[in-house]
Write a protein that binds this ligand. Structure first.
Ligand SMILES: [Zn+2]
Ligand SMILES: [Zn+2]
Length: 319
């Protein structure tokens, strides 16, 4: 194993991404994620202020600043702290592994010759369908649900709730997407417009706006549909969840996971026990690891104080 090569990849990832981030922040341009995210967030927020759906919801709603931090962290900072280095090392290690079997290139479908819009469409549809499936898994697999709960702990919906999620979700989504997208030979980030479009729809899905895009609601996810994804009281026969769509709603309609009984403007959001969910960024990102560890020991719930466990032991003793 060539460790020096990997250490160089880690160092280059840090320096490269740091330069990129500084450039993004201080040199605005038309293809600049930082200023696009900021500008688009302000635009959607202004819409929320001008034509709010829930009129009594404060402009600085519950967790506004927490979600704002999540937005910056998940879109930019996490890559600086860990993601870029980890993913570059993982990709290199994966390619080294493939090379053991004489595989030099994973690209199986050659779409470079396709028209640009065809490449866009194939990439966008495949990425969104994979995301829809991953999202369903986040709800179905108990250990993954613990991470996804961070996103579902939003109680007052607003645009910034879009990027309130645990950084493990980035790792999970990107890992699952890697192989199929590598076979096409493109990543979603390669297409600036697609990425910005998906981010805009995601912001709108969480915004305090009453929009459904008319007949396009069967294709595009929207605030009313996604609000039902976040409601606390799910129907008996759909206890894992409904409306898993990320950018597109079409998968939910095709596979029968759609659910919009009425507009649901004031439906309580969250999950059972959301009141007791940790409130700060650090508590929320460390919580799933503590909780998952606890589940492995076959115990449920938050870690108990030592004296509470003592009482339990005594109770069973007397039985
Ligand atoms: Zn969800
Ligand atoms: Zn959401």
């Amino acid at each position: 194993m060539d460790f020096e090569k990997y250490i160089k990849i880690v160092m280059d990832s840090y320096y490269g991404y740091f330069d990129y981030l500084v450039n993004e922040m201080f040199y605005p341009s038309w293809t600049n994620y930082f200023w696009w995210l900021l500008g688009m967030s302000v635009a959607v927020w202004l819409l929320e202020i001008i034509i709010p759906w829930r009129k009594d919801q404060p402009i600085f709603r519950k967790d506004f600043w927490l979600d704002g931090f999540y937005m910056f962290f998940n879109y930019f900072l996490f890559s600086l702290i860990a993601y870029n280095a980890i993913s570059n090392v993982a990709v290199e290690a994966f390619n080294d592994f493939l090379a053991l079997f004489g595989i030099e290139n994973m690209v199986a479908i050659h779409i470079e010759a396709w028209p640009r819009w065809g490449q866009f469409l194939l990439l966008f549809l495949s990425a969104d369908f994979i995301q829809w499936n991953v999202h369903r898994m986040l709800h179905r697999v108990p250990a993954l649900w613990e991470f996804h709960k961070v996103h579902h702990s939003v109680e007052q919906m607003g645009f910034a709730a879009h990027l309130r999620f645990h950084w493990m979700e980035t790792i999970i989504y990107k890992s699952v997407q890697y192989i199929p997208l590598a076979m096409i030979g493109f990543g979603l980030e390669d297409f600036f417009i697609v990425h910005i479009f998906a981010t805009t729809i995601g912001h709108l899905n969480h915004a305090n706006l009453r929009i459904t895009y008319g007949p396009f609601k069967y294709i595009l996810n929207n605030p009313i549909m996604h609000l039902w994804h976040h409601v606390k009281a799910l129907p008996e026969d759909r206890k894992y969840g409904v409306n898993y769509g990320i950018t597109l709603s079409v998968w939910d309609y095709l596979f029968g996971t759609d659910y919009i009984p009425h507009e649901g403007r004031d439906e309580p959001l969250g999950f059972d026990g959301v009141e007791d969910f940790p409130k700060t960024f650090w508590q929320q990102v460390s919580y799933p690891f503590l909780k998952v560890k606890k589940n492995e020991n076959g115990k449920e719930g938050f870690p108990k104080a030592p004296f509470e466990q003592q009482v339990k032991v005594n109770e069973t003793d007397t039985l």
